[in-house]
Design a binder for this molecule. Structure first.
Ligand SMILES: C[S@@+](CC[C@H](N)C(=O)[O-])C[C@H]1O[C@@H](n2cnc3c(N)ncnc32)[C@H](O)[C@@H]1O
Ligand code: SF4
Length: 453
């Protein structure tokens, strides 16, 4: 395992204040996969789940279920996950999921799910019968028609086998996402990911043999000894399996995750590996969807009702799962260190029905935050922000509401047309600095002040 370093905590560094600072500073502040980040969540005065969902549109919801168990704990990972869970804890966890699903179903009332995901952690850490039970909770207790809507499940190489994949198939899962990180086990090991190449290839062959419509492969760049040649070798090995999607993640080192951080040259290494990977995938016909995501030309086109990640609601079940309504984002508490994660899971499985129907931790959204969220979640996609969609959601024009968008244009990080605000290639590769640059002062302050456990 790589050495722990007392270096500053990158996810907590303040975002650049001015355009000049944005251009001169690191491109790697933090990954804005949702706004606000969960380190901006805090204790709330308790309120009933039913009140939270009462006035919420519920005809295009996302169902997310989190399994916080893994067979290994990777040195870089900041997700809510733990290893070595006893069978009794896993059983209590699934029992709690089921009770939470019943409480949530009653509180949310009439609802339509248009998308579902089972993530973690590593859902395939579960025994096949446990996996079936969880998918059954999603389908039968929550009422998500998994076979009819886009449904994704995350797997890891060593936990993938025919029996588990058959369970996923039985429920109509159409997207399997596997974390590979590197096709070179030494390189993966140096990043803090213990893994055998043979397991990676066996898992990928099995997934392809089961004919899931979408295979996604996660790869990471920026490991200590990674070179352009070794990085491209991993991408080449990945596309041998004709994945419909590829996620290229820059390596991040978060507080309490076991890896130390290096300086400026690390930024340069990551940006140059990013460009090499992006150029190679574009040459291969992949389309760039965001800084991290690439889609193959043979990927199936989605005909399901559209889920709008900028605005539609999410129902999250399990420790660490987030839920979104227009007024409130909420979840259980968040932790990364071993003791903190165990405490969050223990708290979760100890809840009675009343506690499972109560919300007491999260972030209250106001109109300004909703507008920022819309902008951030649109702008960090390659297709950018639709000015018309913004106007129809909020009234005024996005450029008037958030003058920072014009600054991005002046800094050559975005282009502005009648219809859209779109990041330029120079902007897209700085997505992880531009996202935080657009955070509200309130969110920035809460993230800075978050006490990591
Ligand atoms: C839930 S895992 C994927 C499934 C499974 N647990 C696995 O690791 O194979 C989510 C993905 O996030 C990415 N990830 C997590 N922490 C990261 C970090 N600190 N830096 C870069 N990528 C990270 C990894 O690529 C990982 O595959
Ligand atoms: S990267 Fe995946 S397997 Fe590794 S600790 Fe995180 S969730 Fe678990």
């Amino acid at each position: 395992m790589p050495t722990v370093s007392p270096e500053p905590k990158p996810a907590m560094r303040a975002a650049a204040a001015s355009m000049q600072q944005l251009l001169a500073g690191t491109s790697y502040v933090s990954y804005s996969y949702g706004y606000p980040h969960k380190t901006a969540y805090r204790a709330l005065s308790p309120r009933r789940l039913q009140e939270v969902w009462n006035a919420e549109p519920r005809d295009a919801l996302f169902l997310y279920v989190h399994i916080p168990f893994c067979s290994v704990r990777c040195g870089f990972c900041n997700l809510l996950a733990t290893t070595g869970a006893e069978a009794s804890l896993v059983r209590r966890y699934i029992d709690t999921l089921e009770r939470q699903a019943v409480a949530t179903r009653e509180a949310v009332g009439r609802r339509t799910f248009v998308r579902a995901a089972l993530g973690g952690g590593t859902p395939t850490f579960l025994q096949p019968a446990e996996l079936r039970r969880v998918l059954d909770v999603m389908r039968n207790t929550m009422g998500a028609d998994l076979a009819a809507i886009p449904t994704g499940v995350e797997v890891s190489p060593e936990t993938t086998d025919g029996e588990r994949l058959a369970v996923l198939q039985e429920f109509g899962v159409d997207r399997v996402s596997i974390g590979v990180q590197s096709f070179d086990q030494r390189e993966a090991g140096a990043m803090g990911r213990p893994q055998r190449d043979a397991d990676v290839h066996r898992a990928l062959r099995l997934i392809r043999d089961h004919h899931f419509p979408t295979l996604n492969i996660d790869l990471i760049y920026g490991g200590a000894d990674q070179t352009t040649a070794s990085w491209l070798a991993s991408i080449r090995a990945a596309i041998e399996y004709r994945p419909e999607e590829l996620y290229l993640y820059p390596l991040y080192v978060r507080p309490l995750t076991g890896l130390g951080r290096r300086g400026q040259s690390w930024d340069e290494q990551r940006i140059s590996l990013y460009r090499a990977g992006r150029d190679f995938l574009l040459e291969q016909g992949y389309q760039q969807v965001s800084m991290r995501m690439f889609r193959a030309p043979h990927a199936p086109t989605c005909t399901a009702p559209v889920y709008c990640c900028q605005q539609d609601g999410m129902v999250g079940l399990g420790a660490g799962a987030r839920s979104y309504t227009r007024e409130l984002h909420y979840s259980t508490r968040y932790a990364v260190g071993r003791a903190g994660v165990s405490a969050v899971i223990e708290d979760y499985v100890s809840q009675d029905a009343a506690a499972l129907a109560t919300v007491d931790y999260g972030f209250e959204m106001d109109d300004g935050e909703r507008r920022r969220r819309f902008v951030i979640q649109s702008l960090l996609q390659a297709e950018g922000l639709s000015r018309a969609e913004y106007r129809s959601a909020f009234g005024p024009d996005a450029l008037g509401d958030l003058p920072a968008l014009q600054e991005l244009q002046q800094g050559a990080l975005a282009t502005v047309t009648q219809d859209r605000v779109r990041l330029t290639p120079a902007g897209l590769e700085r997505s992880d600095a531009i996202g935080p640059w657009l955070y509200s002062p309130r969110v920035g302050r809460l993230m800075e002040e978050f006490a990591w456990t």
